[in-house]
Design a binder for this molecule. Structure first.
Ligand code: KG4
Ligand code: ZN
Length: 369
């Protein structure tokens, strides 16, 4: 579904009178692809930018009773939250709607109804203010989110993108210049965390919970396979790990009974050790293959403590620069969408349309190998 409200000339600024973008550009970002409503204000400019404010409402408590995200409830909750959060970030930054130069929103991929809320609000605001609304690929938001770190990485870098739905290694040359180096052939790392958490009887959302539990587990009690570690390429496979966990559970826990807490922690640890080993080894191989000396990690699994510690140690040993987004910006948020919007506008993106793309492979943004 696409309703164009015309091409917007970025050199003209808002409706009344021309306003060239040779000064800081204020962008409102709206993320509503799944179960968090994120809103942020980012001020971009020629000499770099800064995040002025960001606010998030997580729907986790609302969906917990159902053991996962209920799309219709998610959409309705986004409707309730998005305008109060917008007011909040404007007030916190002492800015008014009239100060905005653009509104960025997550265009996809994600839940159709949830995406529509962000798209509608962004386009409504933009239309009323006579400024552009920029649709952002959710994964591009994650990919660029390490630029919100202090200090921020310079281009080019290798990115390990580890979210709930994607595990990819990319060579990033600049905004919109991304080459895929490798990716998961089945489950994403985050998905494997979530499914394994479910097998262990942990509450939704499982990934973070499983990693907390893993900290108390014995790393030597079980050893799980390291899928595709020696495959000679930069692809991943995590679905077999989940099956290996299931086999362990069946072997050590009585049928029909909950997995005992100590066993749960040891299995969680074994699982996390295996995932971290593979993610770290392939990230380092990607640096070698691409000849880059800078690694950034983005997406929800980037919040994983063990992954952070391992990569820190390995990168320090090799003299490789390592960057993560601030911890609270690893999972979904509006800041990464505002940032990507400002960078896209700054890079001259000019074709603005009101549309959502619930299914949108990152492949469409990649430059050929
Ligand atoms: O990037 P994200 O917020 O959403 C997507 O775009 O998919 O990532 C969510 C994923 C979930 O699979 C969640 O289990 C995982 O990130 N995650 C973690 C941790 N925190 C979130 N996985 C491992 N360790 C964590 N601490
Ligand atoms: Zn995400």
């Amino acid at each position: 579904m696409t309703v164009k409200h015309g091409r917007v000339d970025l050199t003209r600024g808002r409706g009344a009178g021309a306003r060239p973008y040779n000064r800081p550009m204020l962008v409102l970002g709206i993320e509503s692809s799944c179960d968090e409503t994120g809103v942020a204000l980012y001020e971009g400019g020629a000499g770099g930018g800064r995040l002025l404010a960001h606010a998030l409402h997580s729907q986790v408590a609302m969906h917990a009773a159902y053991g996962g995200v209920v799309p219709e409830l998610a959409s309705r909750d986004h409707i309730r939250r998005v305008l109060p959060l917008t007011r909040h970030v404007l007030t916190a930054s002492a800015k008014a709607l009239a100060d905005l130069d653009g509104v960025a929103y997550t265009q996809g991929p994600g839940l159709a109804g949830a995406l529509l809320v962000g798209a509608s609000v962004a386009n409504g605001l933009a239309y009323a203010l006579g400024i552009p609304a920029v649709g952002i690929h959710h994964l591009e938001g994650h990919l660029l989110s390490p630029l919100l770190a202090e200090p921020a990485p310079r281009f080019p870098f290798v990115a390990l993108l580890v979210s709930g739905g994607h595990t990819q290694l990319l060579a990033v040359e600049g905004v919109g210049r991304y080459q895929l180096l490798g990716e998961s052939l089945d489950d994403a790392a985050g998905e494997a965390f979530d499914k394994t958490a479910m097998l262990l009887g942990l509450p939704y959302p499982g990934g973070a919970e499983l990693s907390r539990l893993a900290e108390t587990g014995d790393p030597l009690r079980f050893r799980l396979p390291r899928p595709m570690l020696g495959s000679g390429d930069l692809d991943f496979s995590f679905s077999g790990l989940k099956t290996a966990v299931l086999t362990l559970v069946r072997k050590h826990a009585r049928a029909g009974e909950a997995v005992p807490p100590e066993l749960r922690a040891d299995i969680a640890r074994a699982f996390q050790e295996a995932v971290v080993d593979v993610l770290a080894a392939k990230s380092l191989a990607a640096l070698t293959i691409s000849g880059r000396r800078r690694l950034v990690v983005a997406g929800g699994v980037g919040a994983n403590k063990q992954l952070r510690e391992r990569l820190r140690a390995e990168c320090a040993r090799r003299g490789v620069e390592l960057f993560f987004p601030p911890l609270e910006l690893c999972t979904d948020n509006g800041a990464m969408i505002a940032l990507a919007g400002a960078l896209r506008m700054g890079a001259g993106t000019r074709d603005y349309a009101f549309s959502i793309r619930p299914r949108w492979p990152l492949g469409e943004l990649l430059t050929p190998r």
